[in-house]
Ligand binder design. Structure first.
Ligand code: SAM
Ligand code: DTB
Ligand code: SF4
Length: 336
């Protein structure tokens, strides 16, 4: 007779760590339906509401300035359909090795002198190796020595790597969810949504501030845009920093031919991010060069209060410092 309580007769359960965000699904603060309802509001009502939330938590006439530097460009093994740095697409981006500390120090100093308060280093890695992290730790020290907040975006991290970056003094780690879970497979095939959530959890557990946002204009539906914002807003806690990128349609990438996004839809996405994540820095990120100044001004009205400054993002163009000084000056916005 078999003993049903004996350990050998128990079914073997392979224990898989479930990311906390998924485990608390029943308690979501922002169901997708509620976020989708915000998108459906008349434009003026939505912007008014976003501006009210914004003023409860921030000086409405102040934006934070970050500068980006690509510390390791191109040759990435992932197949993200938007990205000019993927090895799968012929975009003319030349692959290069990790920058030396002296080059990073010079770029950080220049950014600080122009008025940036945060310096973000991006690397075209799927996941860094431990020896890469050792070198990035040195770069974080260099940035901190210039008196700037340091941010990195390096791909997927192990727990140990996240801890090493925290010990180095890293202030923020950027890792975007990019789109809604149901749209992810159309955009990337070489990793999963859960991979992204797992790295975000590791970053948070290491005590690093999370910077997590996405891209709009990749052919997604409004419902999927709401799904992306809900995912980010339901992270526990929601990220300290939320970059909203408009797709930069780079020739050679599969998404180059995507239909241009209605600019009001982009502004709506900023407003919905502001309402659902009242205390986050919402960053008007990639796509500003293609957007025009009036749309950027609407984004600030909708609650964006951070931008990337300097004439280059990672590989594509961005308004230069002088253009941004003019724009912010004409709007009476001060920089932090
Ligand atoms: N390899 C790392 C990763 O994917 O997390 C870090 C660098 S990756 C270039 C950082 C982010 O840049 C992506 O998550 C995506 O949101 C954004 N990005 C890349 N290409 C873009 C494009 N063409 N338009 C808008 N945003 C883009
Ligand atoms: C983010 O959300 N946007 C930035 C930063 N985080 C790393 C990157 C935008 C990249 C745009 C395409 C390029 O310049 O290669
Ligand atoms: Fe690689 Fe990041 Fe570009 Fe994807 S977005 S191809 S992971 S650099």
């Amino acid at each position: 007779m078999s003993d049903v309580t004996s350990p050998v007769s128990q079914p073997i359960v392979l224990f898989r760590q479930v990311p906390r965000q998924r485990a608390t699904e029943g308690l979501q603060r922002w169901p997708v339906d509620a976020v989708a309802e915000l998108f459906e509001l008349p434009f003026n009502d939505l912007i008014f509401r976003a501006q009210q939330v914004h003023r409860e938590h921030f000086d409405a006439n102040e934006v934070q300035l970050s500068t980006l530097l690509s510390i390791k460009t191109g040759g990435c093994e992932e197949d993200c359909g938007y990205c000019p740095q993927s090895v799968h697409y012929d975009t003319g981006v030349e692959a290069s090795k990790l920058l030396e500390p002296a080059a990073v120090a010079a770029a950080a100093r220049a950014a600080r002198e122009q008025g940036a308060s945060r310096f973000c280093m991006g690397a075209a890695w799927r996941a860094p190796k431990d020896r890469d992290i050792e070198k990035v730790v040195e770069l974080v020290h260099v940035v901190k020595a210039e008196g700037l907040e340091a941010c990195c975006t390096l791909g997927m991290l192990t727990e140990t790597q996240a801890r090493s970056l925290k010990d180095a003094g890293l202030d923020y780690y950027n890792h975007n969810l990019d789109t809604a879970p149901e749209a992810y497979g159309r955009i990337v095939s070489t990793r999963t949504y859960d991979d992204r959530l797992q790295t975000l959890q590791r970053v948070r557990d290491a005590g690093i501030n999370v910077c997590c946002g996405g891209i709009v204009g990749m052919g997604e539906s409004r419902r999927e845009r709401a799904g992306l914002v809900a995912q980010i807003a339901n992270l526990d806690p929601y990220p300290q920093s939320v970059p909203i990128n408009q797709l930069v349609r780079v020739e050679g990438t599969p998404l180059h031919g995507s239909e241009a996004l209605d600019p009001f839809e982009f502004v709506r996405t900023i407003a919905v991010a502001r309402i659902t994540m009242p205390k986050a820095r919402v960053r008007l990120s990639a796509g500003r060069q293609q957007m025009g100044e009036a749309v950027q001004a609407l984004c600030f009205l909708a609650g964006a209060n951070s931008v990337f400054c300097g004439d280059k993002l990672l590989t594509t163009g961005n308004p230069d410092w002088a253009a941004d000084q003019r724009l912010l000056g004409s709007l009476g916005i001060t920089a932090r």
